[in-house]
Ligand binder design. Sequence first.
Ligand code: DX5
Ligand code: ZN
Length: 229
Amino acid sequence: MNFNLPVLAPSILAADFSELGDQIQQCLDSGIQWIHCDIMDGHFVPNISYGPAIVETVRHIAPDAFLDVHLMIENPDQYIEDFSDAGADLISVHYEACTHLHRTIQNIHQHGCMTGVVINPATIVELLRPILPDVDLALIMSVNPGFGGQSFIESSIEKVRKLAQIRNDLNLNFLIEIDGGVGLKNAAKLTSAGTDILVAGSSVFKTDDIPARIAELQKKALTGTDHVV
Ligand code: DX5
Ligand code: ZN
């Protein structure tokens, strides 16, 4: 699948689950190609969200969308097959949750999915260096994972810059994603720092007009790049 970067990736965690089909359809009709699914186990993070059954439902609602599954769980290896079978295109795991990160990344690959590695706000970007050649995406958490609707941690922008610099130095081409507190105020700053994928939960779904909000966010995201006229 080819994407025009930067990509806006709505996180359905903030959607109204009684209208999930309709809300996802509104996203697709607004040009969204990438959907972010947040999986929380109540152990790695202090909240429980949903599991493979919902990812499978999203896959049915949006057969052509790119499904980005963010595992905020302990023992991710145990569930990779389930999420792959549910229709994930990319599975990302936390650096902090994986004792044998390289093995877990290989496991994801072997299940036919693209791979992502995620770091929490208190983890430094440099620690990712050894794994970067093996991943398709690196995700910087800009809130402490576990809940939607939290405030963006400003120092995350510097982490994006650093990661983009490392990508350049190592001549790699993994995607840089940011997740947490992303909205109209910071979208342009983030893409100008080097972010490719902007995950947005509350800012997309906690509004009366999802298509209008998506258009505004996409416009802001583009102003941070050189593509705008
Ligand atoms: C947080 C999740 C995020 C969250 C983003 O643990 O990983 O994807 O849903 O939500 P907002 O955009 O509301 O901060
Ligand atoms: Zn997420």
